[in-house]
Write a protein that binds this ligand. Structure first.
Ligand code: RIB
Length: 312
């Protein structure tokens, strides 16, 4: 069977990850016995890797700097089997960098220096669209104009658009987007866009309705972290709980979730099934440290699905 081809137009970062016992307060200097490392990440790259590891045909369009981080990241994507033909090397900017502090609870705080990610331009996108994707996947970690341009091209060609709303920007012109297949913010992003904290099923419904007034989509999928996800199609909703797994590091769990949801929805045409599958992928991702290393393979996901009875 032909694999589903998903074009990800989004960001790539090297993550500088600090495992700390406690994040410092303003003005405080802390000596921490924790560890630090450089780990491949970036919301777009995490999604592109997830799509490939989960059995999709992943095409990645991004910009990397002409530096050692850029070269390291491109080699990693190639070794994963991702189509890297539409990754452009930008000679004027550094590769994106994310500084991430992870506390023992697994909770993280991230600051991103976008660097070359902010240079993705119309030509990069137009070239990448030539791969004839079955779907376009994006997040908001690149420029507003890149997101709107890619969405415009996809809509013109009738290619379904899946938009993960992270990181949310209150001033992003959601009303300029064409109709999306899926719009998926996490809890914080939902609150930023709607002012409603999706802390219980009633609030989730209110937030989903508010989202539907801001952006035109077939499905609104609110990621609820350890509580799973809430899916709303303008009429019906599903609250899908996640699976109880020890949390080591939540970095990239959201990226893994939304890209898994996209892939499984395209494979099955069944959004409820896709939500359950994505919850399984997200649950596995929180059990491993780091962004890209935490993304499971399809074999690991299938084993988990059978063990836990995800579709029973
Ligand atoms: O979603 C996690 C990602 O956000 C990290 O890998 C970091 O690079 C930032 O983009």
């Amino acid at each position: 069977m032909r694999k589903v081809r998903i074009l990800t137009v989004s960001s790539a970062n090297m993550d500088f990850v600090m495992n700390v016992s406690k994040v410092p307060a303003g003005g405080e200097t802390v000596q921490d016995p924790g560890t630090y490392s450089f780990i491949p990440g970036g919301k777009g790259a995490n999604a592109a890797v997830a799509i490939q590891r989960l059995g999709g045909d992943s095409v990645f369009c991004t910009r990397l700097g002409n530096d050692s981080n850029g070269r390291t990241l491109k080699a990693i994507y190639e070794s994963e089997g991702i189509d890297t033909r539409f990754i452009v090397t930008d000679s004027e900017s550094n590769t994106g960098l994310a500084a991430i502090m992870v506390e023992p609870s697994g909770q993280n705080r991230i600051i991103v220096f976008p660097g070359s990610n902010s240079k993705i331009c119309e030509k990069d996108i137009k070239d990448a669209m030539g791969c004839l994707p079955d779907a376009l996947f994006m997040q908001l970690e690149i420029s507003e104009s890149a997101v709107l341009t890619a969405a415009g091209y996809a809509a013109e060609k009738g290619i379904p658009i899946f938009l993960d709303a992270g990181p949310a920007r209150r001033d992003f012109p959601l009303d300029k987007l064409p109709r999306l297949e899926v719009f998926s913010p996490n809890e914080t992003e939902t609150e930023i866009f709607t002012g409603i904290k999706p802390s219980n099923p009633d609030a989730c419904l209110k937030a989903a309705i508010a989202l539907s007034e801001l952006v035109d989509a077939h499905y609104y999928v609110i990621k609820l972290g350890g509580r799973g996800c809430y899916i709303y199609d303008g009429k019906y909703y599903y609250c899908l709980p996640t699976y109880d797994m020890p949390v080591v590091d939540t970095t990239a769990a959201g990226d893994a979730f939304t890209s898994a949801l996209t892939l499984e929805y395209l494979r099955s045409g069944d959004m409820e099934r896709a939500g359950k599958y994505a919850n399984a992928v997200g649950s596995l991702a929180v059990g491993v440290r780091g962004a890209m290393p935490s993304i499971p393979t399809e074999a690991a996901v299938q084993k988990f699905i059978k063990a836990v009875g995800v579709f029973d």
